[in-house]
Ligand binder design. Sequence first.
Ligand code: PPY
Length: 302
Amino acid sequence: MMIGFLGPKATFTDIAVREMFSMDVTVPYSTIPDCFDALMRDEIELAVVPLENALEGSVNITLDYLVHEVDLPIIGEIISPIRQHFMVHPENEVLWKETSIIYSHSHAIAQCHKFLHKELKGIRCESTTSTAAAAQYIKEHPELKAGAIANELAAKEYGLSIVREDIHDVHYNHTRFIILSKTRLPVNKNQPSFKGYKTTVMVTLPADRAGALHQVLSAFAWRKLNLSKIESRPMKTGLGNYFFIIDVDMKQDDVLIPGVVAELEALDCKVKILGSYPFFQLGLEEALTNGMTEMANRGFNG
Ligand SMILES: O=C(O)C(=O)Cc1ccccc1
């Protein structure tokens, strides 16, 4: 199976893919839209992209592509722990405190705000398309007094020296990655990383209706459906026009979710199910002890 991911090699997305699908061929793409486009063109069968970080919130480009640009279902979710490290070219290791520019993905920069504020105060930060893209750039530019925020695999892959470990602000730093595909895959529910199912629903409210959001939420509430996320995003049709993305803690069924959809449509809401899918929680320890191959055998591939 060909799996596209936000690259280059050694992004956090790459790590999530390796842990979940080590038996497959993986293809790095430079940007999140490139991953979506490759899947639309059938260049790959699955695409894995970051959707949400526990410290920084949603990756807006992923949400916006999902909603406005493509019609691709979410078929799975991987939740992965995130450890950020500060790294420089080995030639700059001794004088790393003289770093004059820092590169990384915008989410990674934000996740390390306290470290940057304390140890590299006032140094310019530049966003890159991924953390590994930043590490690759540092490798290619030893002449710059530059550093990258990225993971340990990226330091190894691009031959950089980690000068500060675990620089993320809060210990509980996890990211949700979504798996998109035109076809569904079999799920092995016995594997330890399988944690359950979710259904993601997009709801657009009717214009200017007092209490509409309250009515939407009560359609879920009186059916006792647990919501794990609700977020609003601009419709891009004018100021003040928003849609909602709602994650329901259950698999799509024949009764409750169709009931919610019918009730919301009767309220003049537009409703679209973006996916009903299994989710998997990976742990670094688990990946290291079991090795990548075993993880994959117990995962989608099993
Ligand atoms: O840039 C990466 O390595 C990614 O995979 C995206 C990302 C960025 C920051 C935290 C988690 C994932």
